[in-house]
Design a protein around this ligand. Structure first.
Ligand SMILES: Nc1ncnc2c1ncn2[C@@H]1O[C@H](COP(=O)(O)OP(=O)(O)OP(=O)(O)O)[C@@H](O)[C@H]1O
Ligand SMILES: [Mg+2]
Length: 238
């Protein structure tokens, strides 16, 4: 069977919540499916930190003379990340081609087993990592994460153009951290002037996630309620 579908969680803008969305969506999907996470952010891998796996390492197994990795399992999620394998200070100095090679190897040399969905936590930007992933990993779909900040919207438009050029279908946008909920009145507090993201970026909005301390402190044992409708919307499109 192998990997049925690969979904990249992306945005050109840094810090908009790609890794947080990737971890939460994967967690939600793992309740009904076999799921994998490939942390492709070689310069700043985060998934091993989010899932509290700082002391874990994927087991190395020789297969047909090649070094392969058994991903770290947490519940129904198989995770592999450069964060397990690499000294992050060294990776920070890598040039583009080394970076691209590393992402491809991480994907190819991991024994993922049978997965329904492999989620890729993409680095920020639009450079080498994106070209490698489009050419060598060939995601079936991508989801863009943005907020209503005009800077994020601008970068997300660039991401859309790039994915269109790379011919990777976009499932839509996830609007993250554009508002928070007042703990006293349950009122919605907008962080930015409201923007019609669908109109501005030209993609459907799969859902909006508030800025919430429970999301900053990701808990791999608890599904955050704001991901329920996003999970349903994404599943309907796959
Ligand atoms: N909805 C949210 N509510 C509260 N905190 C959030 C939310 N989404 C993300 N964060 C926090 O915002 C910061 C940036 O999120 P995250 O690392 O997921 O973004 P990113 O797009 O993956 O960043 P990078 O571009 O560096 O990879 C983190 O501290 C994270 O915990
Ligand atoms: Mg990230």
């Amino acid at each position: 069977m192998g990997i049925k579908q690969i979904i990249a969680i992306a945005s050109a803008k840094g810090g908009v919540g790609k890794s947080t969305v990737c971890a939460n969506l994967a967690l939600h999907f793992s309740k009904s499916f076999n799921v994998g996470i490939l942390d492709a952010d070689i310069y700043g891998p985060n998934q091993h930190i989010l899932f509290d796996l700082l002391n874990e390492k994927p087991e190395v197994q020789m297969l047909d003379g090649k070094k392969t990795f058994i991903p770290v399992k947490i519940g129904n999620i198989s995770i592999n990340s450069m964060g397990f394998i690499l000294d992050s200070d060294k990776a920070a100095m890598w040039r583009g081609p080394m970076l691209s090679g590393a992402i491809k190897q991480l994907k190819d040399l991991t024994q993922w087993g049978d997965l329904d969905y492999l989620f890729i936590d993409m680095p920020p930007g639009t450079g080498d990592a994106y070209l490698t992933i489009a050419k060598d990993i060939k995601p079936n779909f991508a989801i863009l994460v943005t907020s209503m900040s005009i800077l994020a919207v601008n970068d997300t438009i660039k991401s859309k153009v790039m994915f269109d050029r790379l011919k990777i279908p976009l499932l839509g946008l996830i609007d993250n951290m554009s508002y928070s909920i007042c703990p006293h009145t349950d009122e919605r507090i907008n962080e930015f002037d409201l923007i019609n993201l669908q109109q501005e970026i030209g993609l459907d909005v799969l859902g909006s996630i508030p800025r919430d301390k429970d999301l900053t402190n990701f808990n791999s044992k608890k599904i955050h309620p704001s991901f329920q409708s996003i999970y349903n919307n994404v599943l309907n499109l796959l």
